[in-house]
Design a protein around this ligand. Structure first.
Ligand code: B12
Ligand SMILES: *[C@@H]1O[C@H](CO)[C@@H](O)[C@H](O)[C@H]1NC(C)=O
Ligand SMILES: *[C@@H]1O[C@H](CO)[C@@H](O)[C@H](O)[C@H]1NC(C)=O
Ligand SMILES: *[C@@H]1O[C@H](CO)[C@@H](O)[C@H](O)[C@H]1NC(C)=O
Ligand SMILES: *[C@@H]1O[C@H](CO)[C@@H](O)[C@H](O)[C@H]1NC(C)=O
Ligand SMILES: *[C@@H]1O[C@H](CO)[C@@H](O)[C@H](O)[C@H]1NC(C)=O
Ligand SMILES: *[C@@H]1O[C@H](CO)[C@@H](O)[C@H](O)[C@H]1NC(C)=O
Ligand SMILES: *[C@@H]1O[C@H](CO)[C@@H](O)[C@H](O)[C@H]1NC(C)=O
Ligand SMILES: *[C@@H]1O[C@H](CO)[C@@H](O)[C@H](O)[C@H]1NC(C)=O
Ligand SMILES: *[C@@H]1O[C@H](CO)[C@@H](O)[C@H](O)[C@H]1NC(C)=O
Ligand SMILES: *[C@@H]1O[C@H](CO)[C@@H](O)[C@H](O)[C@H]1NC(C)=O
Ligand SMILES: *[C@@H]1O[C@H](CO)[C@@H](O)[C@H](O)[C@H]1NC(C)=O
Length: 443
């Protein structure tokens, strides 16, 4: 097993500017060896569906390609023709959408192209991607300063941006990191609920920053280091509090949470739930929960003992390269085959206290989106909607002509029997008698 810690006691050196630093660092270094909750060698074949989903998907979107390329490289799955195809898509997408690309998208591109010491690094340099990301990060902060603390995108993307800047020696202000990444910041929460994915990504970014301070790669004082540590501890605490049946948050935030726990000194807390986590995740794989390539790409690194902080290191793992059985067979599908029998659900559109509802009959095995389409056919005025394609499937952008707006932090939330869904309209399979709802919400 490899250590997730980049430094050891032997690397510490006394600091002249900061006499206390060495002592403080010493006290922070975990005294135990790490515990990584990875799938054992004998069980590598459980991960086959994830690998097949990623390898066999149609890459029509550049950014999705970046997430997949990053994962393939990080876990040491080598397929030159695939890497070439993905790299080309990313570069084409960069050229065609250059000005519209978001901070998190650019961060993923830099992480993917730069991962595991390969030739694409020249593209990053020639296209000045790192300084462009520095500008985007600054623009996010400026937007918060002028727009009621709202970033242009969200904190998941701000964290991705900080992580990529930190790993590739880009420019970011430590003062801004301390000011904006405090765990109390509202952007960690959606409608009052801690976003586990977001907090975990921030832990990875802050851990990179912390290590840069410790290695004196960036200028900071001891107060900044202490604050960074306090933020990490508190965010990890919140992640651990969101644990349920071995999952952190839900099944889709568990991969990034495991990464956050690997790099934090709270790794031993994971130890307690590791078997339960692996059991639940491996079972979900066999049920097709990760049928979307993006979902597969987000869970795989943690299951193979890797974190996004490992991108500059040697990229190989216990299961790769020979332990997989890549096939062109269709990976496990999440959607049961559409059966001839019909089911009915109650579907409604909620705007504040006002709602319009209807009974909709669809084929068994239909997804939420099929229900919305059927309702729209029944009554266009009440149930018309629009959507946009995204790596996670169709994102519902408007209902009844009312459009979600990031600057107002508004969106259309999907619910079943009053509970928010953990899948999108294109993935969630509906059940007979269910009460489905889209609700105009703020996050
Ligand atoms: C930020 C965020 C949101 C924001 C998006 C707006 C904003 N200000 O950015 C808000 C709070 C509005 C949101 C809403 C939803 N989200 Co969301 N979201 C995220 C988060 C934390 C980061 C996304 C991101 O920026 N990625 C980085 C950029 C570079 O990638 P991107 O793909 O281009 O990002 C865009 C899309 O992901 C899109 N988006 C965000 N969430 C979702 C969900 C679905 C189903 C779709 C199709 C698109 C989509 O918005 C992003 C910004 O433009 C992810 C966590 C994760 N692990 O990815 C969850 C995540 C993607 N969301 C998820 C879910 C379930 C939802 C909802 C369906 C929740 C609900 N019950 O209503 C709704 C979408 C409903 C709809 N209208 O279709 C799940 C998806 C799981 C899955 N298998 O489908 C994730 C993985 C969180 C989780 N662990 O459950 N989300
Ligand atoms: C392999 O997976 C099975 C089923 O999840 C589990 O019972 C077993 O303990 C795992 N083996 C190892 C060595 O982790
Ligand atoms: C490599 O990727 C290509 C897609 O570019 C795929 O067709 C092929 O099966 C993959 N080969 C292996 C050994 O995974
Ligand atoms: C960082 O900022 C300095 C000074 O503004 C600039 O000269 C340098 O090019 C920047 N580096 C990157 C990678 O953006
Ligand atoms: C940070 O500083 C506070 C006092 O300012 C101290 O109580 C705390 O122990 C320090 N935390 C860490 C992790 O060093
Ligand atoms: C972490 O949570 C525990 C309780 O679960 C609490 O005692 C502790 O103070 C928390 N630490 C931080 C830094 O928030
Ligand atoms: C961690 O796992 C080891 C064995 O792998 C066990 O001895 C130890 O008690 C565990 N610690 C916790 C906190 O669960
Ligand atoms: C790969 O698949 C073949 C049959 O398709 C099977 O015989 C073999 O045991 C598999 N190997 C692994 C490592 O799963
Ligand atoms: C199911 O509904 C469709 C119309 O939506 C109808 O044509 C079909 O006959 C129904 N099937 C059964 C078995 O009721
Ligand atoms: C759907 O459910 C809501 C809330 O339970 C109820 O008020 C409404 O009458 C139902 N609509 C139909 C068409 O059954
Ligand atoms: C939706 O419901 C509201 C409140 O019951 C009603 O006033 C409105 O006419 C309905 N809209 C449509 C298009 O049916
Ligand atoms: C979103 O809201 C902002 C502020 O309320 C407004 O300026 C902007 O035009 C809106 N954007 C869209 C696409 O409606």
């Amino acid at each position: 097993m490899s250590s997730p810690f980049r430094y050891t006691v032997g690397e510490m050196r006394p600091s002249h500017q900061l006499p206390l630093l060495g002592l403080l660092l010493f006290s922070l270094i975990p005294s135990q060896r790490c515990q990584i909750c990875e799938v054992s060698r004998e069980n590598c074949s459980y991960l086959n569906p994830l690998v097949n989903t990623m390898v066999n998907s149609n890459y029509n979107k550049g950014i999705q390609s970046a997430n997949i390329l990053l994962t393939l490289r990080l876990v040491g799955i080598q397929n030159q023709s695939l890497e070439k195809q993905l790299t080309q898509q990313i570069q084409e997408d960069m050229k065609s959408r250059e000005s519209k690309i978001s901070s998190g998208e650019l961060a993923l591109v830099i992480l993917a192209l730069g991962a595991c010491k390969n030739l694409d690094e020249t593209f990053i340099r020639d296209a000045h991607l790192v300084s462009k990301l520095g500008e985007k990060f600054k623009a996010e902060i400026e937007n918060m300063e002028t727009h009621n603390d709202n970033p242009l995108t969200n904190y998941y993307q701000l964290s991705l941006a900080l992580l990529a800047l930190c790993l590739s020696n880009g420019n970011y202000s430590i003062t801004n990191v301390i000011r904006y990444f405090a765990p109390e910041n509202k952007n960690y929460y959606f409608d009052g609920q801690f976003s586990v994915d977001t907090g975990a990504m921030a832990v990875l970014a802050l851990t990179c920053v912390k290590r840069s301070i410790e290695k004196e790669k960036i200028e900071a004082d001891i107060k900044d280091l202490n604050k960074t540590n306090v933020y990490i501890t508190s965010l990890v605490n919140k992640t651990l509090s969101a644990e349920n049946d071995g999952l952190f948050g839900n099944i889709y935030s568990t991969g990034i949470s495991m990464q956050a726990l690997y790099v934090s000194s709270n790794y031993y807390e994971l130890n307690g739930t590791c078997q339960e986590t692996l059991h639940t995740v491996l079972h979900s794989i066999s049920q097709g929960a990760f049928h979307l390539p993006i979902a597969a790409a987000q869970i795989l690194p943690a299951l193979m003992g890797k974190t996004y902080l490992d991108v500059n290191k040697d990229c190989s793992s216990a299961c790769s390269p020979v332990k997989f059985n890549i096939s062109t067979d269709e990976p496990v599908s999440a959607t049961p085959t559409i059966s001839p029998s019909n089911i009915s659900v109650n579907y409604s559109v909620h705007i504040d206290e006002v709602f319009n509802s209807t009974k909709v009959t669809v084929r068994k095995g239909s997804v939420f989106l099929d229900v919305m389409k059927a309702a729209q056919k029944q009554n266009k005025a009440a149930f018309r909607f629009t959507m946009e394609d995204s790596p996670w499937g169709p994102y519902i952008t408007s209902v009844q002509g009312i459009t979600a707006n990031n600057s107002d932090r508004t969106y259309w939330q999907l619910l079943s029997n009053g509970e928010p869904l953990s899948q999108g309209a294109g993935s969630y399979v509906v059940k007979n008698g269910e009460y489905l709802e889209v609700r105009w919400s703020k996050y």
